[in-house]
Design a protein around this ligand. Structure first.
Ligand code: DX5
Ligand code: ZN
Length: 229
């Protein structure tokens, strides 16, 4: 079976109603989300604190598709099993989170999840050149991690370099931060296939009025596919 490189929209629940995560996950999936992006922050690797494995386990039954867990924590290794047992399909660690990223990625796969590696804006593509056989996803940060609603930082040349580095390997390129219908075309053209979006998806909607979620997801997908008018 060929690798699915079609555009996938992964809303980030960082922009959702924290008091209603389960219903929010169901709402965005019903409105067309392909994956659900879950931002885990420890107040140490990034200057913000969100939630941990217990919250991931609590929302898992409300997600039919892919639970995409983005770990902005350091260290990572002590928590991998907990997130895998919580039901994460993809677990992404930052290459900047510690000196042993290769071991971390092996541990993620050994725990039964797909292994992702994330790159902060200041980290070059070459940082993952030795990891091609150990990863299933590369997350290119287009904001400095820690908060939603930030301004998009252009990483087009890094995305192109990674797309070339990957070749035919079954590795997703995920873009995270400031993605909306304006910024989606350039990252898709550069080779990205998973687009994370928080504020641009949850804007204007709610669990009781989810239709704007669908409009926003469609607008980003159409922009990425070059059909947005
Ligand atoms: C930031 C997170 C992102 C963030 C995206 O550190 O990793 O996933 O929630 O939110 P927007 O789309 O609002 O920039
Ligand atoms: Zn994220």
């Amino acid at each position: 079976m060929s690798f699915d490189r079609s555009i996938k929209i992964a809303p980030s629940i960082l922009a959702a109603d924290f008091a209603n995560f389960g219903a929010e996950c169901e709402a965005i999936e019903a409105q067309g989300a392909d994956w659900v992006h879950v931002d885990v922050m420890d107040g140490h690797f990034v200057p913000n604190i969100t939630f941990g494995p217990a919250t991931c386990a609590a929302i898992r039954p409300h997600i039919k598709g892919v639970m995409d867990v983005h770990l902005m924590i350091a260290p990572v290794d002590p928590y991998i099993d907990a997130f895998a047992q919580a039901g994460a399909d993809v677990i992404t660690a930052h290459v900047e989170a510690g000196p042993h990223i290769h071991r971390t990625l092996q541990a993620i796969r050994a725990a039964g999840a797909k292994a992702g590696v994330a790159l902060n804006p200041g980290t070059p593509a070459e940082a993952v050149s030795e990891l091609m056989e150990s990863i299933d996803l590369i997350c290119v940060m287009t904001v400095n991690p820690g908060f939603g609603g930030q301004k998009f930082i252009d990483m087009t040349s890094k995305i192109k370099a990674l797309r070339a580095m990957i070749g035919d390997r079954p590795i997703h390129i995920e873009i995270d931060g400031g993605v909306d219908p304006k910024t989606a075309p350039s990252v898709a053209q550069a080779g990205a296939d998973v687009l994370v979006a928080g504020s641009a998806v949850f804007r204007g909607g709610s669990v009781s009025d989810p239709a704007p979620y669908g409009d926003n997801i469609r607008a980003i997908r159409q922009a990425a596919n070059g059909t947005y008018v």
